[in-house]
Design a protein around this ligand. Structure first.
Ligand code: NAD
Length: 356
């Protein structure tokens, strides 16, 4: 879609027309949604990275929508309802047609044995709770949150995804999606369910340190599945502040990112800025979800799309960092580490996964 065309979410008298005209949009699979290529992740509103200021977080959401970011992603899991609650306050008074909102079910509590529940009963309850916190009648997208932690993908295909379909038929969501980290699981679930999956969200798979998502784009595109690439900053790895304590990456990846950030600083540049430009430059990805509860970071992330490109010096540093820090990384992902740790903890509580 040309940069100057207005998206279907544009509302005269509400949006900042000039800002929306500068934003770029792309279709999200076959959903009919035309999404801004940079979108807003609301996990920081649940205080998952740091304690955020609710007033600023609310301003971030309102400013993002007014300036043309039309896709917001949250989950029952982020702050255990807190992200949805803050969003609910932020969205009050905003025309419902001005944004697309996605949430997730199946991941809930910090206690390990209450963290996940992929059952039909809990999923049906979850969407009602989400809608109540968000204070809206429907979400555009309801997603299965991190199905790699389910007792089996068979259960997800035969119970959870059909429940999402039921919720769609009830009019509580318009589309259904899958999320998760291991890419092969998307293939297994799309092929293992009789339900039409509309979207796929993965994270940290199209950022400077790992571009595995590109190997799967054809699979999704062939089936009309809209792809969302989350976490261009690899959940804080590609930043001067560094990752939060819970970050699942290996020590090797964390060290490499820290050294890359230091190198960028020594060159008078900022790794986060380079990482945003890197991820947003990929034309086959409909939208890249970046999380923030800060107005300064929000504007910086919008500028990546609507402002000037990297300076020659910044581009040189970016190329250097790719060649000398990230390409030599032996293992770029942390697949299975988190899931193994989860089931080890569950086993200690006497709750082992089925062996099939
Ligand atoms: P991210 O890579 O977007 O990084 C977020 C961190 O970077 C935050 O600490 C934020 O304050 C900081 N940040 C944002 N913009 C910055 C800038 N310009 N300069 C410096 N720092 C900046 O990771 P994320 O927020 O976890 O991912 C984006 C969104 O994607 C999430 O909010 C969530 O909605 C979604 N997501 C979903 C899943 C899933 O479904 N399993 C997993 C990960 C992310």
């Amino acid at each position: 879609m040309a940069a100057s065309r207005l998206p279907p979410t544009f509302v005269h008298g509400f949006h900042d027309l000039a800002a929306v005209q500068r934003m770029k949009y792309r279709p999200l699979g076959r959903t009919g949604m035309i999404v801004s290529i940079v979108s807003l992740g609301a996990s920081p509103l649940g205080n998952v990275y740091r304690k955020t200021n609710d007033d600023e977080a609310i301003q971030v959401v309102r400013t993002a929508i007014k300036k043309g970011i039309n896709y917001i992603d949250t989950a029952a899991w982020y702050g255990h309802g807190r992200s949805e609650e803050v969003l609910g306050k932020a969205l009050e008074g905003i025309p419902r047609e001005a944004y697309y909102l996605a949430t997730k079910a199946c991941r809930y509590r910090p206690e390990v044995d209450q963290m996940f529940d992929f059952s039909a009963e809990r999923t049906l309850r979850s969407i009602d709770q989400s809608l109540e916190r968000l204070k809206i009648d429907y979400v555009d997208l309801l997603q299965v949150h991190d199905p790699e932690f389910a007792p089996s993908l068979k259960m997800v295909c035969e119970e959870t995804i059909p429940t999402l379909q039921k919720i769609k038929e009830m009019g509580k969501c318009r589309f259904i999606g899958l999320t998760g980290y291991p890419m092969e699981n998307f293939v297994k679930m799309v092929e293992g369910t009789s339900v039409q999956v509309d979207t796929a969200l993965t994270y940290c798979h199209y950022s400077m340190n790992d571009t595995t998502l590109l190997d799967y784009m054809q699979f999704f595109e062939k089936r009309g599945i809209g792809v969302m690439s989350a976490s261009p900053l690899s959940m804080g790895l590609l930043s001067n502040r560094g990752p939060p304590k819970w970050h699942p990456a290996t020590q090797e990846i964390k060290e490499t990112c820290r050294k890359a950030a230091e190198y960028c600083q020594s060159q008078g540049t900022d790794l986060s800025k380079l990482a945003m430009y890197f991820s947003l430059a990929e034309p086959s990805i409909p939208t890249t979800l970046v999380g923030t509860a800060s107005l300064t970071n929000l504007q910086a992330n919008i500028d990546v799309v609507t402002g000037s490109s990297l300076s020659p010096k910044e581009q040189e540093v970016s190329d250097y960092v790719m060649e000398n820090f990230f390409k030599p990384l032996k293992k770029k992902d942390w697949e299975n580490l988190e899931v193994d740790e989860y089931w080890a903890k569950m086993k200690k509580l006497g709750k082992a996964p089925p062996t099939s």
